[in-house]
Design a binder for this molecule. Structure first.
Ligand code: SF4
Ligand code: SF4
Length: 85
C-alpha cells in the first residue's frame, strides 16, 4: 500500500499588516445560521476568522481583506459580503 503525505497550513494573523484600512467589502456573520463547521476558519487565507473554545467563530476585521472566500464557501450562507461604508 502506498503512503500519502500532505501538508495542512494553519491559519495565522495577517503576515504583513492589518488590512481593515483598504478593504472594499466586509463579511457579516449571522451567528444564528452558523453551524460551527469551521470551514471558513480553515479556508480564510489571512487567518482573520477566530475559532472559540465552543467552536463558534468570529471575524476579526482588522486582518480581513474582504476577499469573500468565507462567504462563498459557507455551506449554510451564514456569511454575506457587504460594501464598506
Ligand atoms: S473575507 Fe476573506 S479575509 Fe475576510 S474573513 Fe472572509 S475569507 Fe478571511
Ligand atoms: S463556514 Fe459558515 S457555518 Fe461553517 S463555521 Fe463558518 S460561518 Fe459557520
Amino acid at each position: 500500500m502506498r503512503e500519502i503525505f500532505t501538508t495542512i497550513s494553519r491559519p495565522v494573523k495577517g503576515a504583513t499588516e492589518k488590512t481593515g484600512q483598504w478593504r472594499t467589502f466586509k463579511p457579516l456573520l449571522d451567528k444564528k445560521k452558523c453551524t460551527r463547521c469551521l470551514r471558513c476558519w480553515i479556508l480564510c487565507p489571512d487567518g482573520a476568522i477566530q475559532r472559540n473554545e465552543d467552536e463558534s467563530v468570529e471575524i476579526n476585521l482588522e486582518y480581513c481583506k474582504g476577499c469573500g472566500i468565507c462567504a462563498n464557501e459557507c455551506p449554510v450562507k451564514a456569511i454575506r459580503m457587504v460594501r464598506e461604508e
